[in-house]
Structures are given as C-alpha cells and as structure tokens.
Design a protein around this ligand. Sequence first.
Ligand code: AVI
Length: 324
Amino acid sequence: MAALARSVLRYSARHEAAASESFAEHVVHGLSDSPKWLSAKYFYDAAGSELFEQITDLPEYYPTRTELKILRGHAREISGYIALSAALVEFGTGSTRKARILIDAAPQLAAYVPVDISAEFLNQEAAAVRRDLPWLAVLPVVADFTRDFDLPPQIRSRPRVGFFPGSTIGNFEPEDAAEFLRQAGRILGAGATMIVGVDLIKDEAVLNAAYDDAAGVTARFNLNVLARMNRELGGNFDLSAFRHRAFYNAENHRIEMHLESLKSQSVTVAGHTFAFDKGETIHTENSYKYTMESFRALAESAGWRPAATWTDENDYFSIHALKL
Ligand code: AVI
C-alpha cells in the first residue's frame, strides 16, 4: 500500500502549551523535561503512517482486525442507532474502510463528513467514496479534529452521528478523552449519536505482544520519530543507540511506549544538545485500555448516555453507541 501521507493528530497535547507548538519547539520542550517525552502525534509522517498501516496487519496487533469483525458482524444493529437522513461525521479519517462498513449497512444515511488535518489525503479518500457511493453527499472538512471546527452548512438540519473508530481515543489522556467527547457533543449538537471504538483491558501478554511484535514493525514505528527528528530538525540521533520498549502499566491501564538510550550519550536536535544516561527513556506514547464499564463512565462524565456496546467473542475490543 502506498504511504499514507496523513498527519492526523492522534494524540492530545500532554501539556496545554504544547498544542500550538511547532515540531521543533515541541522537541525542545519534551526533551528538556524530566522524564523526557514526545507527543505520539509526531509518529505520523509519511514513513510513520506507512509503518502504522503495516502494524494494523500484524498477527499480534488484534485491535484493527477485531474492530472490523465487530463492525461487520453488528453493522445492522449499529445502523439502528443512525437516524433517517443523518450525516455521519468521522473524526480523524485515516482510512474510510471502517466508515464504509457502516455506510453500506445504513442506507438511511444522507451525508458523510470525513474530518482530517491532511487535505491531500482527505480529498483523495473523499473522491473515492463519491465515486463508489454516488447517492451519498460526501463533504470533507479539513480540520484538526481535536479542536473546535464547523460542520458543513449542508448538514445543518440533519441528525448527526459521530464516528471515532480505532481506539484512537485510547491515545488521549483520560481527561483529554472526556474533553474530546464533550467537544464532539458540542460540535454534533443536541440529539446526536456517537459511535466509538475502544480497546479493552485484557491479558497482559496479549497487550504486550500487540505493541512489541516479533517482526519488529512497532519498534521501527517508534524509532522512526528519531529518524524524523534527524530529517526535519537536523538531528544526529544514532538509531542503533536506542531501543523500542513497550509494556502494559497495569496501575494506569495503559500501554506505554518508550525509546531507551542504550548508552550514555549526547544528541543534538533543533539546535539544542540533550544528554541521555544509559537506560534513560523518551516516553513516546500512551495507549489507554478501558473496561466496558470504565469507558461508559468516562462517556457519562462527558455528557453522553451509553446506549449500546458490542464486543467480540474474546472481549478484546468494544464499540459503543452513545446518545446525547
Ligand atoms: C493509533 N492508535 C490507536 C494505535 C494504538 O494502538 O494505540 C497506535 C499504535 N501504537 C503502537 N501500535 C499502534
């Protein structure tokens, strides 16, 4: 598959100030902190997006496959939560594959509004959906879906259904996830429905393997952020002097990804020099896992009423329908 040149914001800023920073400012900010950290949104340059696509096909990475199975197996029931002549608003459309399953099962839909920060990628995807589904009004919106944005005026009088698959919500800190849901509610308006894919807490060995695959694709995905800093910010990271680490932090219900320095070293990037001790890490991602109940409680705290939940036979992944 061709590299997806998408730069979807897949991670909310850990610090409020970080939201408006440039990549260079962000790197200086995160690497000056103790412990060092970077926002996972910087994983997704063209190379990182391509590596993420490869991750979704790995035998160990169950979320994508499992969510697709739940969507296909329950598409008709899920479509029961979609009102007549509604608009489906997808937050952060990395690929339209999942939305198409819903659209196929919900002929009552009148419009599809994919929202993404990458105009080029979004317009390509929108053109393909228009070609395949000529009866559907396809109205792409170029926006950072983690911020406030305006819906197209054409859907002003239509019922709205939000769609946020992939457990991307797990890459937000829980308080940011609640804030995102609150904001999605404000954007979608009274009477809206939201359909959200959420990864579930499970056996730690299954979780650890999903983020540390035998083929080393997730390691390359993580290390790519160092290569990106070298390419874009004149960095001199030696990728062989860092290793990928991923583990489930049971206390905080999250997978943590880190890049661990294999030796004591100094690295220069964005015009600044940073010292690393041997064993010191850069914390690059959190991927929160929920129980069905803990996610429903989070949604309720954000003003949504949990209406239905679907899962797979192993209870690995869940899809929630929420109502405003
Ligand atoms: C995009 N997001 C839902 C992925 C996840 O599972 O948290 C990103 C990822 N990181 C490592 N593997 C996949």
